[in-house]
Every structure is written in C-alpha cells, then in structure tokens.
Design a protein around this ligand. Structure first.
Ligand code: G4P
Length: 527
C-alpha cells in the first residue's frame, strides 16, 4: 500500500446534523475529549455559536473569528484521523451548512430523545439523502423523561424514510435509566451519571440474558428485552451497502452530557463510516488516492481583522498530498498560488499545518483569489461539481445612503457575495442591486458588515420578488432571446449566471410553458 493509500484509508470526515439544543456542542466536546484532542470539557462549549445571537452583532463578530479555529476539528482515534466539520447552528445560515455537508463523507445525526425528529434535522438530512451520505444516529438525553425507544425508532424511520438498525438499546429512562444493551457485543453498559468520568469507568455486564440484569434493573430490563425481541424480528439486519448508500442508519442511545454512549459513536465512525472516496469533476472522476493534489473550496470566511480584507478559504482535499508551499493552480481563473501560511484548526496533530491528505481540510488565507466552488490542482484543469447555491427565497434592494460610497458598496457586496454570505444580483435593466437570501438574518449580517468592514451604510428595502431560478439553454441564441424578452426581471449573479426573478410561483409555471427550450434551476452547482 502506498503512503497516500495508507493515509486515505485512515481518514474519516464527518459533520454533526441536529436541531438546535439536541446536544451537538456537548457531543462534539465529548468526542474531542475521548479522542484526547482536548483535555478539559468546556473548551468547545465556551466557543459555542450562540443560538441567541439573532440580533446581537457583537456576538456574530466574535463568533466569526472564534469559529475559524473550531470550524474544523481534527482528532486521532485508534489508528484513524477524524475530521469533524462544524455547521452553523442558526437555520438562516443553512446555505452555509449545506455547503459544509458537501465536504463530508458521513454525518452523525443527533436526536433529542424527548423531541424526536425536529425540523432542522429533517432539512439537513434531506441534503445528506440527496447526496447518499451515510448517516449514523445518536439518540441523546436518555437521562431525561423521553419518548419510548420503539416510538422514536418508528418516527425516525417514517420521517426520514430510512431503515434504522439499533446497535444499542436503552434500559429505562430518566431517573430509571440503567444503561444500554449493546446488541452486537451482547453486553450491558451500566449508566452512571457524571460529566467527569471516563468511558472506561462504565460497569459492563456480559450477556443480554444475564439473570443479573433482571435482578438489578427489574421492569426496565424486562421491557427492554421484550422490545429488543420485537425489533430483532421486525428490523432488517445491518447491511453495510445500504448504510453506505444512505438508506440505513445504525442507531445508538446515550447521554452526551454524562459521557455515556459517546465512545460507541467514535468506534462506529472508525468501523463503519467510509474513508474518502472518488469525487466527480466535470472532466473526469478523481480518485482519493491519486498522487497529485486536488481540492475544492467549500466555505469562505472573512478574517477577524476588518482592516485587512483577507479571508480564509476552506479547502477539502480530494486527492494527493498537500504540503505547505506547494504550487497550486485555480482552475477557474488559471491563477497560481503558493500557500505558505495555512490556518490552524483545532487539532492534536502539528503536521496539519504542514501536510494533508484526502478528507482533510486546509484553510488558505487569500485576498479574493479563491471563491466558493473553486478547484485547486497541481496544474491539471479540473473543476469539481456539486457545491450547491440555492435559489434565494427572500429578496431586498440595496442602495447606499451616501452616493459617494457607491464604490465601497459594490466592493463590499462583491466580496460578501463571493464569501457566500449573501447572493448579489445585478438586474439586466436598472442599476439598483438586489440581494437574495435564504434567511432574514443574512440581510442583517450583510448590512452590519457593510457598515463596519466597508464603511458604507446601506439602505436595504423590500423588493417585490419571491422566486428565483437560474436559466440555461443549450441554444445560446434562444437564451439571449429569453434574456432580452424578460430584461425587466432577469439579473446576473456573482458569476454572471443569468437568473430570472419572479413574484409568484404561478408566473414561473406560465414562463416554463412559454419558453419550452429554457431550463429553470432552483440549484446552481458550481461557478
Ligand atoms: P446544541 O449544540 O445542539 O444546540 O446543544 P448543546 O450541546 O448546547 O445542548 C443543549 C442543552 O442540552 C444544554 O443545556 C446541554 O447541557 C443539554 N444536554 C446535552 N446533552 C445532554 C444529555 O445527555 N442529557 C441532558 N439532560 N442534557 C443534555 P443548556 O441548559 O441549554 O445549556 P448549559 O446551561 O448546560 O450550557
């Protein structure tokens, strides 16, 4: 096995998907703790992107800086290198989250056992399903009064449309939570509360039918044993191929805050989640173990220092071996870069700064050379596909309060647009720029950042549009006819892709009937 093959085999890259408050931050922290990446609990919690920050700009400012370090966490566990990518918690930034999900090979779904499947989880899961991302499920907060496990399992299956295969099963809940029966190892892991205990401290009782279990856990055990019988009759056996195709999810029960059930999840990531695989580019499919480096920018974050307009491009390595100072080429622009400084993420491995393999994330500071969706290679012209831009659902007009600041506004919006903070549209007819977003909060962030980072106060007013579709056509002339004929409602986006803006969904249907050769897209996949 070559050195690259060996490194790729060891990589696991995943993100946690959950509804706010299900326990993502807590679980993240415990995963880091168990792998030894951090020593003390509380380090991640302190960085938690505040979910109450809806109108607190200082908070958002702070988080943008802090979250660079914690947005990628790398840990070593057993013989694997695990990359955990953080996703923004607030649903108004879900576009960002979708793009992060394109950079992972697996997802860990955290469900609050009291609340079951919640809206944000459902939305994120749909994105994973669309990409056939394998999903592991962690049912959290078993130390509380929660739903019955059978009902939860049923709900997950029904709501998310995938087979659920329990790997552990809870005995009791809340005050009577006794622990979990490990269905594979045929043993019970006994629960004891406490944030500071180590996983190895847990008491183990061997055998699922050990008489000791009935003695100690009484009715709770009897019920669990009965449920397991039902489940094992009805549920399909674990099928690795179905899991890898995102059709089946292994389910684990636990309590993150009590460090309970966390190690099982880490082990499952190592044992079940796949290493980086092939990635489709327009030109060809690229194998993760190919010797030459390639990578794709899936996220851009403005740096903390507003005085320097540098930003960090997050690049997921798709193939080869990245070393600091190597010469890279941006396929879109043909520009070369030679990254000597690479941003540090939270990691136990010093060499993250020096080298990286498929599945790893590198942070490259730049002044606008890199845009979302860009592909970097050692020279081969490759353009990866699959980084989604969603058609906005909310629109605003934007003008400067002081006409002398028009240039700053344009510059600021261009950069914020490239960063993916907002989508900026230039109408074919008319000079007022339009902003498109998926969530209201995005407009507020943009107004705030325009003022503080670009020194221009923007006047953001409502626009009459509610629907946007990118338009393409195999016949360039027909596309031009369409644009000319609809100039009053066609706008160009940040990469000059034409987009039609409409007030009602009904208009779209009429337009599709009138222009049968034109294709309308709710999703744009690359520059
Ligand atoms: P999030 O990132 O998904 O939004 O969730 P987070 O980890 O912040 O957890 C949300 C709340 O749930 C926190 O309480 C956290 O302590 C609690 N929690 C997480 N795991 C468990 C668990 O296994 N059992 C119980 N009972 N609670 C759990 P909080 O009061 O909102 O925050 P804090 O005051 O504890 O910081």
């Amino acid at each position: 096995m070559s050195a690259i093959q060996d490194q790729v085999r060891r990589r696991r890259t995943f993100a946690i998907i959950s509804h706010p408050d299900a326990g993502k931050t807590t679980l993240t922290e415990k995963l880091l703790l168990f792998s030894g990446a951090i020593q003390i609990a509380g380090s991640v919690k302190a960085r938690k992107a505040s979910r109450h920050a809806t109108s607190d700009w200082m908070e958002i400012e702070k988080q943008r800086g802090i979250s660079v370090a914690s947005s990628v966490m790398q840990m070593e566990y057993r013989d694997c290198v695990i990359n955990l990518l953080d996703t923004p918690g607030h649903q108004d930034f879900s576009e960002d989250t979708y793009r992060v999900l394109t950079a992972v090979d697996a997802a860990l779904m955290v469900i609050d056992a009291a609340n079951g499947v919640e809206p944000q989880t459902r939305r994120l899961l749909q994105v994973c399903r669309a990409r056939n991302t394998p999903i592991l499920t962690f049912v959290n907060k078993m130390d509380r009064e929660v739903q019955e496990p059978l009902a939860l399992m049923d709900e997950i299956e029904r709501e998310l449309g995938m087979g659920v295969v329990p790997f552990t099963w809870p005995v009791g809940m809340a005050k009577f939570f006794g622990g979990v029966l490990d269905l594979r190892k045929a043993q019970m892991r006994v629960f004891s509360p406490g944030e500071d205990k180590r996983h190895d401290d847990d008491e183990i009782i061997d055998g699922l039918a050990n008489p000791l279990l009935a003695q100690r856990f009484g009715a709770a055990y009897e019920q669990a044993a009965g449920e397991i019988e039902l489940v094992q009759e009805a549920a399909p056996a674990f099928d690795e191929a179905a899991f890898l195709a995102g059709r089946q999810t292994p389910m684990f029960f636990g309590s993150a805050i009590n460090n309970f059930g966390v190690k099982e999840v880490l082990d499952a990531l190592v044992d079940l989640a796949p290493p980086p695989g092939d990635k489709p580019a327009i030109q060809r499919t690229v194998g993760a173990t190919e010797p030459k480096f390639s990578g794709v920018v899936f996220k851009i974050q403005a740096n903390m220092d507003p005085a320097h307009r540098d930003r960090i491009a997050f690049v997921r390595v798709a193939s080869g071996h990245f070393t600091r100072g190597m010469r890279l080429k941006v396929t879109r622009s043909g520009k070369e870069m030679r990254p000597n400084t690479v941003v540090t993420f939270l990691s136990q491995r010093r060499e993250l700064l020096e080298e990286a393999y498929a599945g790893d994330i590198i942070g490259l500071p730049n002044h606008g050379v890199l845009q979302l969706g860009d592909t970097l290679t050692e020279g081969e012209p490759l353009q990866f596909t699959g980084l989604p831009f969603f058609a906005p659902e909310m629109f605003r007009s934007v003008e400067v309060a002081d006409p002398l600041k028009t240039k700053q506004l344009r510059a600021g919006l261009t950069q914020l647009g490239e960063e993916g903070a907002i989508q900026v549209f230039r109408p074919v007819a008319g000079s007022v720029l339009l902003l498109g977003a998926v969530g209201q909060l995005q407009f507020e962030v943009v107004a705030h950042r325009l003022e503080h980072e670009y020194g221009c106060k923007a006047r953001i007013t409502s626009a009459r549009y509610n629907v946007a579709r990118w338009v393409t056509c195999d016949d360039a002339k027909e596309l031009q006819r369409f644009i000319d004929g609809n100039a009053h409602r066609v706008a160009m986006d940040a990469v000059d892709a034409p987009c039609v803006l409409l007030e009602y969904a009904g208009e779209l249907r009429a337009m599709q009937d009138n222009w049968p050769k034109i294709q309308f897209h709710a999703l744009r996949e690359h520059a």
